[in-house]
Design a binder for this molecule. Structure first.
Ligand code: DX5
Ligand code: ZN
Length: 220
């Protein structure tokens, strides 16, 4: 099982984005980029131009979480911008065409589940993805409270991925802080996403370090 930390730039100061990313680079395994269109979720954030700018400033793996109604029309732009992976929501329907488009462009494939969506919705696609993102808040905003019920879904995913020896990482996204990170780690997540717990802290690097230690105290 991997033990990775993905700071979410949603809670960063966008006017100082390059500096914010620089501040957490030594503590980050990848960077989580929340893309929202004002339709799939009632919030509007950033898109391919910002990913392109980030690509010019960092070598970190850029993981783009697409909370949009029509991701298919954006995938070429994200690929061209330098996204390393795009995560699409299973609630939109059959994701196979999106997966094919991403594989064609050699972009990694992730599948996301909103809190109410059961693991069964993602299970048929497990062999086709690199990442399963379990949302632990309702998609749309940073700074919400962690929904502990989703931990059962993480356990179910962990068991099935291990049973089938699939090369799929499990990521949890939303409400992750020093109190909830150990719960997610115990349930079997590989990757913790954290926005406000990192960028809401006056010292984001120290906050990221502390979060990693809270989740995996015995890791090097
Ligand atoms: C919410 C986003 C999350 C968000 C998490 O829709 O998908 O990635 O950045 O923020 P925190 O860690 O503040 O809950
Ligand atoms: Zn996200």
């Amino acid at each position: 099982m991997a033990r990775k930390l993905a700071p979410s730039i949603l809670s960063a100061d966008f006017a100082r984005l390059g500096d914010e990313v620089q501040a957490v680079t030594a503590e980050a395994d990848l960077l989580h980029v929340d893309v929202m269109d004002g339709h799939f979720v009632p919030n509007l954030t950033i898109g391919p131009p910002v990913v392109k700018s980030l690509r010019g400033h960092t070598d970190l793996f850029l993981d783009c979480h697409l909370m949009v109604d029509n991701p298919g029309v954006l995938l070429d732009d994200f690929a061209d911008a330098g996204a390393d992976r795009c995560i699409v929501h299973v609630e939109l329907g059959d994701p196979h065409p999106l997966f094919a488009a991403l594989r064609d462009r050699r972009v990694g494939v992730g599948l996301a589940l909103s809190p109410e969506t059961p693991f069964a919705a993602a299970e048929p696609y497990l062999a086709d993805v690199d990442l399963l993102l379990v949302m632990s808040v309702h998609p749309g905003f940073g700074g919400q409270a962690f929904i502990p019920d989703v931990l059962d879904k993480v356990r179910a995913a962990r068991a099935e991925i291990d049973r089938r020896s699939l090369p799929v990482e499990i990521e949890i996204d939303g409400g992750v802080h020093h109190g909830t990170a150990p719960l997610a780690a115990d349930a079997g997540v590989d990757i913790l996403v954290a926005g406000s717990a990192i960028f809401g802290d006056p010292d984001p690097a120290a906050a990221a370090r502390a979060l990693r230690h809270a989740a995996w105290p015995t890791a090097a």
